[in-house]
Design a protein around this ligand. Structure first.
Ligand SMILES: C[S@@+](CC[C@H](N)C(=O)[O-])C[C@H]1O[C@@H](n2cnc3c(N)ncnc32)[C@H](O)[C@@H]1O
Length: 315
């Protein structure tokens, strides 16, 4: 299981900063519609959600499983109730909460089904679970999920040159791809990935020379075109999480939807933004967050686009 420490979350802050205003608007819109008190936030981390909607400070209970994070939250949000709580075993009575909310939290859980059932237990009838995902859904958890279903997940390059996509191969497809004329690194990757996609992926992430593996997309296409031997399903991390989460919510709640919402605005180019588009793209290695460039805007302005996966389910 991934353990979240303050230091690992601090890294996200600079990626999120430019999108705060846009994300605030979106989060406010959904909470205004679905959140009734008492509101519990699960996995609050360093309090990013409350930073986006500070007006909720007196009307939300923050929580996290990490005592270190709970201490930081208490110091930071004096006047807001903060509790130590495990989402698999919430310290609340059945049907006692008006809303459970999370930000980039549920994608990190290895037992998502169990967490969703526990959240459902503590919600009052007709109240909502609202989850926002603003950073790329956790790939390790997704890769484990597909491994349990008998698939091998393989990262591939997207059109922008980052690996926000992955292919899902059956064991036979993965072995066939490995035995075809693929390069040495891809062969090594597939050898590991057939047994443990998570292990193969973490080694892949640690090694900056990713190209030999991620160029697999071209190879997959060639093989598919040439012989129909490998027909890998290709998904983005965002799509895979949204689809999985929505079907799970639909199983346990009376109504549920998951949608990918985007919002853009044009801003004056501040100190945060380089004149070199590639540099700003690099800043956004969390994947879902992107600056998009409109050359017609000239050098003094920039177009910002944020993307959230918003999931809402009614008990
Ligand atoms: C990716 S972080 C997101 C934190 C924060 N919501 C944000 O968006 O910055 C996931 C958070 O969930 C917490 N967490 C992980 N497992 C948990 C569990 N079983 N119960 C409650 N919180 C948990 C972690 O400690 C971490 O703070």
């Amino acid at each position: 299981m991934v353990e979240w420490q303050a230091s690992s979350l601090v890294g996200f802050q600079s990626y999120r900063e430019p999108f705060s205003e846009l994300n605030s608007k979106l989060v406010r819109r959904y909470l205004a519609k679905y959140a009734k008190p008492p509101i519990l936030e699960i996995g609050s981390g360093l309090g990013e959600l409350l930073r986006l909607v500070p007006e909720l400070a007196g009307g939300i209970i923050l929580s996290d499983i990490e005592p270190e994070l709970v201490e930081i939250l208490r110091a930071k949000f004096n006047g807001t109730r903060v509790i130590l709580a495990d989402v698999y075993n919430l310290p609340f009575r059945e049907a006692s909460l008006g809303c459970v909310v999370g930000l980039s939290m549920l994608d990190t859980l290895s037992e998502l089904e169990r967490a969703v059932q526990e959240i459902r237990r503590v919600l009052k009838p007709n109240s909502y679970l609202v989850h926002f995902q603003d950073i790329t859904p956790n790939p390790y958890v997704l890769f484990d999920y597909y491994a349990k279903l008998g698939y091998t997940a393989l990262p591939v390059l997207d059109n922008a040159g980052s690996h926000s996509l992955f292919a899902i191969l059956s064991r036979e497809q993965a072995l066939r791809l490995k035995d075809n004329n693929c390069n040495q690194r891809l062969k090594q990757y597939l050898e590991k990935a057939v047994e443990s996609p998570r292990k193969a992926y973490s080694e892949f992430i640690e090694n900056i020379n990713i190209w030999d593996v991620t160029e697999a997309e071209g190879l997959l296409r060639e093989l598919t075109l040439a012989s129909s031997a490998v027909q890998a399903e290709k998904l983005s991390f965002v799509e895979a999480f949204a689809t999985r989460f929505n079907s799970l919510l639909a199983d346990y709640f009376s109504s549920a939807f998951t949608e990918v919402v985007t919002l853009s605005e044009t801003k004056a180019r501040g100190n945060l933004f380089s004149c070199v588009p590639g540099f700003n793209e690099f800043l956004n290695e969390t994947g879902m967050l992107r600056y998009s460039y409109d050359l017609c805007l000239g050098y003094d302005r920039i177009k910002l686009t944020t993307q959230l996966v918003v999931s809402v389910a009614r008990k």
